[in-house]
Ligand binder design. Structure first.
Ligand code: SAM
Length: 265
């Protein structure tokens, strides 16, 4: 992979969040996180020069990728040629276009850090559920990964934990040392694995988002204070039997979902 980078003159762009992985063993381990991919369809955002893409193809997947950096396209075209018919490459911004493959598919990506959270929230907020994806295997900064999988009462528990866990199970699959990347980012990374669960009845995502933004926007305050500005929220606390002197970080995901259900009607 280092040779591929050199051959195509690919210097990593900071603006595009480019930190590449070259270690094949590590890439194979990441590609194994979703389980057996033989014959499965995978959507990868930001393949870069294609290290993870190759690992997914080695695992037997048919892979569709969206890459924003046109400089990476020749390297990806070489891989497409080697794996005839198994790799579909699209140039573009993953935030601006829908996944380029038919459902169902697994999402596997070493995400650009600056768009990772936005994409995850989008994938979790689709109106139809179960979603088109069967699992998400995503690299994040370790601190963001900790927030996604955090349990109530812990320091990392917050808006992202509730939004991730209200209708998916989210697990930390592996930690990845910063030195595994070229160039190494300043912080450690981790791979998160999410699998959709049943959607709770009668809950609108927008309500859950508003509720968690208000509650965790002032996480040290009591709910009666932090939710004061959200119409109907204090009544919803009473109706749910939730003590308004509690703080946001003590509420379970189910309690947030229960409140959002009341606010959705
Ligand atoms: N998958 C490669 C690897 O593991 O070595 C590269 C990972 S690098 C962290 C992120 C990649 O996402 C870069 O190749 C970057 O050009 C691409 N990228 C950044 N923003 C993007 C966007 N909005 N849509 C699609 N790709 C994007």
């Amino acid at each position: 992979m280092r040779e591929v980078i050199a051959a195509h003159g690919l210097s990593a762009s900071k603006a595009l969040g480019q930190n590449f992985l070259f270690d094949e063993q590590l890439l194979d381990r990441i590609a194994a996180v979703p389980g057996d991919l033989d014959g499965a369809r995978v959507y990868e955002v930001g393949p870069g020069p294609g290290g993870l893409t190759r690992a997914l193809l080695r695992a037997g997947a048919e892979v569709s990728v969206i890459e924003r950096d046109a400089r990476c396209l020749p390297a990806l075209a070489e891989i497409a040629e080697a794996y005839s018919g198994k790799l579909h490459v699209q140039e573009g911004d993953a935030l601006a276009q829908p996944p380029p493959c038919p459902a169902p598919y697994h999402i596997v990506s070493n995400l650009p850090y600056n768009v990772g959270t936005a994409l995850l929230v989008r994938w979790l907020s689709g109106e139809s559920w179960p979603p088109d994806w069967r699992s998400c295997t995503l690299m994040f900064q370790k601190e963001v990964a900790d927030r996604i999988v955090a349990a109530p009462g812990t320091g990392h528990y917050g808006r992202l934990s509730v939004l991730a866990q209200w209708r998916s199970t989210a697990k930390l699959a592996m930690k990845v040392h910063r030195s595994a990347f070229t160039p190494p980012p300043k912080v450690m990374s981790a791979v998160v694995h999410l699998v959709p669960t049943a959607m709770p009845d009668g809950v609108q995502f927008a309500q859950l988002e508003r509720l968690t933004a208000a509650a965790f926007g002032q996480r040290r305050k009591m709910l009666r204070q932090s939710l004061k500005g959200l119409p109907g929220a204090l009544d919803a606390l009473t109706a749910s039997g939730i003590d308004p002197t509690r703080r946001a970080e003590t509420l379970s995901v189910e309690e947030f979902v229960g409140l959002a259900r009341i606010l959705s009607h």
